[in-house]
Design a protein. Sequence first.
Length: 106
Amino acid sequence: MLTRKPYPDQLALELAPDDELEAVIEARVAERAEANAMRWRFRLIIIESVMMASLILAAGFMLELPAEDVLRGAGIVGAGCFLTGLMLIGLTGAASRLLAWSRRRT
């Protein structure tokens, strides 16, 4: 494809991005990706907790156990799944910050 020469009074248009602009864009994309990742992790924990509690409910009612025991068991399992998921998110975040800190230090 033939390219035309720009008019002499016209400023040349640079299409190659600057390193500074590219670093700013990458930082924004990384920040947005991190926020989305946290949101999705939290959603998955909620979904997992609800699914586990509903499985306990279904199994308890199919086995014709007392409703009070089934509801209490489902609540305990759902809360336990939710809390352990939150702890795993926290530990993952702490480990990633520790690794980033150690990489910056060396």
